[in-house]
Design a protein around this ligand. Sequence first.
Ligand code: PAF
Length: 284
Amino acid sequence: MGDLKVIQTVSDMHRTADEMRASGLRIGLVPTMGYLHGGHLSLIRQARRASDRVVVSIFVNPMQFGPQEDYATYPSDFERDVKLIQGMGGDLVYAPSAKEMYPEGYATYVAVERLTQHLCGPTRPRHFRGVTTVVTKLFAAVKPHVAVLGQKDAQQAVVVRQMVRDLDLDVEIRVAPTVREADGLARSSRNVYLSPGERREAPVLYQALQEARSLVAQGERRAAVVVEAMRQRIAARPHARIDYVCVVNAEDLRPVEALSGAVLFALAVRFGKARLIDNFQVSL
Ligand code: PAF
């Protein structure tokens, strides 16, 4: 196992990134908010294949949480994360403090329009502005050649790709498949919020997506019919509170009526304190 370096300041990160680039090394970045699980580990694996040095950032970004959301209680275990990253062959952890990222007087934001009005946009109004701002800052500090994001956060990946295109950022975005528990529940740091009863019901997100998949395989092309089948399946679980169940165009994220081309089936469902999201994409 190689030595894992932990960097906490922007200036150290700049210097180290410059040194890596000067040595001709390709830098891969896996941006995270910590409390790592199997999904993150697969992102690190993908970054290792695509680069010479893997930087994992751990930063719980206050800017992407709404006032009623779980910023203050977001789970964390830095020591465990560092061990996992080391075990996966990561080279560097970038873990700045909130003060380092947003010092007194901070006033700059990066916002992607249109794409952020759909899916999670209406219920999390400032969320994506927080994500794109912090990802821009992470790109500026780490100077990665490639960054790896997860398909579970499909909208985030589409929004970040758009931002990279629009701002001419020289970073390749790769998206790694969702990693699931044996019963289909997508891995998420927020799964720890689930009570045992909620945890038993939570795989219904995956089951609803599977139902959509089989309806489509049988030839169903009416989005409303597929959405209704997914809604009914989820609503049958007593702890589930649907935030949205949508079928959208996978590129512009606008809702579709007839299923054709690349479409994304996406849902967000609350179970008690946890708001879970999941999706699958298909080309018809
Ligand atoms: O997906 C996440 O964990 C976060 O949104 C990210 C990309 C690390 C930005 O804070």
